[in-house]
Ligand binder design. Structure first.
Ligand SMILES: Cc1cc2nc3c(=O)[nH]c(=O)nc-3n(C[C@H](O)[C@H](O)[C@H](O)COP(=O)(O)OP(=O)(O)OC[C@H]3O[C@@H](n4cnc5c(N)ncnc54)[C@H](O)[C@@H]3O)c2cc1C
Length: 437
């Protein structure tokens, strides 16, 4: 069997694996990325009848505070952004719609908070930004808000925001320290939500460009199916045809794949803990329309139905052909709905009714729909009983872990970027120390 030697081998070519490979190669490391399918993982873009459907809304939260921006600047990624128009983000209140109060302008205009509650909400934002509200790892945000006797309207507002940012129908279950840690960063942002022109595909292509420019190797349609561990170190990663050796390894593959690969290794039992952890599941239903249906909002969220619609093509000019429109509806799934075809059908009908309400006439303009009944938004949902995987285990010294199932800053893709960035920094530092020793 052929053997190849690298500074760092990265297993998994999703956002975490590719961003890590791009950063390491940019810093002079000889890298190889092994991906079992196509590059991009869950961050993929599919072209159909002139529309670019992204798996997911590719919304980047708090871009100016994000690790993706740090990576973009450091590597010189050529990305073009379109920032969300805050006043076009609305809540559906049944009979009327109201602005989402995620900045001062929104706070003044929103109908969701009245009188003193606007000040109370502003007070919580200020205290969170200043780091005074820290929460407690042993207390859920629900209990924290109860204990502090936060007014019902402010409580509902805070949970509504978390529903959108964490993509969950059960924001009450978020640990309070995670909640406040998240909003400490997000409330400081000047750009709450942004989209990449060209969607995930553009970002993936930029990572590929950097990796290839720096001599990195990308191997697709090749599964890593085994590892060799000697003296607390991974020394080899096996594929069907090639054995890869490296000083360090990054495993940017989800927990169930990790458990398979690390059977019999020193971290087998540690990985067992994550066996029954729940992901965040959604159903999405995108529609490509031949003619734009105008509306005064580009994002509309209905907490009762647990659905939101984003006008993707308003922000991403490449998402629809000229004059057309690409809308995306995302519905949060409860645990008991994930494997229930009847529930899927009901949710699909609910989404269609939501489209009817806000984009009347869409059926007439429909060119192509794209429905995914069950999609994993985040591989490990952060609740009171479960949090992300560590990025390193002391009994496996040269192996690191990255992905949206890992511990890190932010949620969703930001977890992939932050965990990948963190492990790259450690590898660069440790290899420099080894070289100078
Ligand atoms: C519907 C939906 C909406 C979303 N919306 C947003 C959003 O608006 N904003 C946002 O920030 N995020 C969003 N996300 C989340 C975002 O897509 C993910 O957080 C991100 O893509 C995860 O990237 P990753 O690299 O961590 O994991 P993955 O994409 O899962 O990458 C893992 C990779 O490892 C490969 N692999 C697995 N096993 C092996 C093996 N043995 N050998 C080789 N390769 C292997 C897989 O094929 C895969 O490519 C959304 C996701 C969905 C599904």
């Amino acid at each position: 069997m052929k053997k190849s030697q690298y500074d760092v081998v990265i297993v998994g070519g999703g956002l975490a694996g590719l961003s890590a490979a791009a950063k390491l190669s940019h810093h002079g490391k000889k890298v190889a990325v092994i991906e079992r399918g196509k590059l991009g993982g869950r961050a993929m873009t599919i072209k159909m009848k002139g529309f670019q459907f992204n798996f997911g809304a590719h919304a980047i939260y708090g871009r100016d505070q994000s690790f993706l921006t740090t990576i973009e600047k450091e590597l010189g990624l050529r990305l073009y952004w379109s920032d969300f128009t805050q006043m076009k983000a609305k809540y559906d209140l049944g009979e009327e719609v109201s602005v989402v109060p995620s900045n001062i302008g929104g706070l003044i205009q929103t109908k969701l908070l009245k009188g003193m509650d606007k000040f109370r909400f502003a007070y919580h934002i200020m205290f969170t930004m200043l780091g005074f509200e820290k929460g407690d790892p042993d207390i859920s945000i629900h209990d924290w808000l109860e204990n502090k006797k936060v007014s019902p309207a402010v409580k509902e507002m805070m949970l509504n925001l978390a529903s959108s940012n964490f993509f969950t129908g059960e924001p009450e279950r978020i640990p309070s320290d995670v909640f406040f840690g998240y909003y400490r960063r997000l409330f400081k942002t000047n750009i709450p939500v942004s989209y990449i022109q060209g969607g995930w595909a553009k970002l993936i292509n930029e990572f590929i460009r950097i990796i290839e420019k720096n001599g990195g190797e990308i191997i697709t349609k090749t599964k890593a199916n085994g590892i060799k561990v000697e003296q607390k170190k991974v020394t080899e990663v096996h594929t069907n045809k090639v054995t890869y050796t490296a000083k360090d390894f990054i495993f940017a593959i989800p927990p169930e794949e990790l458990r398979e690969l690390f059977q019999g290794s020193p971290i087998e039992s540690e990985l067992e803990r994550y066996k029954n952890f729940e992901p965040t599941y959604v159903m999405f239903y995108d529609i490509g329309l031949k003619k734009r249906i105008d509306s005064s909002y580009t994002y509309i969220f209905d907490r009762d139905r647990q659905i939101f619609i984003t006008d993707i093509s308003y922000y991403d000019m490449e998402a629809a052909p000229p004059g057309g429109q690409l809308l995306q509806a995302v519905a949060y799934l409860k645990k008991n709905e994930v494997n229930d075809p009847n529930a899927h059908e009901k949710i699909k009908q609910r989404i269609e009714a939501f489209y009817d309400k806000h984009y009347d006439g869409w059926r007439k303009e429909l060119v192509v729909p794209r429905v995914s009944k069950v999609a994993v938004v985040q591989a490990i949902k952060w609740t009171m009983n479960q949090r992300g995987l560590p990025t390193h285990f002391s009994n496996l010294t040269n192996s690191y872990f990255a992905g949206d199932w890992c511990q890190g800053a932010g949620q969703l893709s930001e977890l992939s970027f932050s965990s990948a960035y963190d492990v790259c920094q450690r590898i660069i530092k440790e290899q420099a120390a080894q070289n100078s020793a």
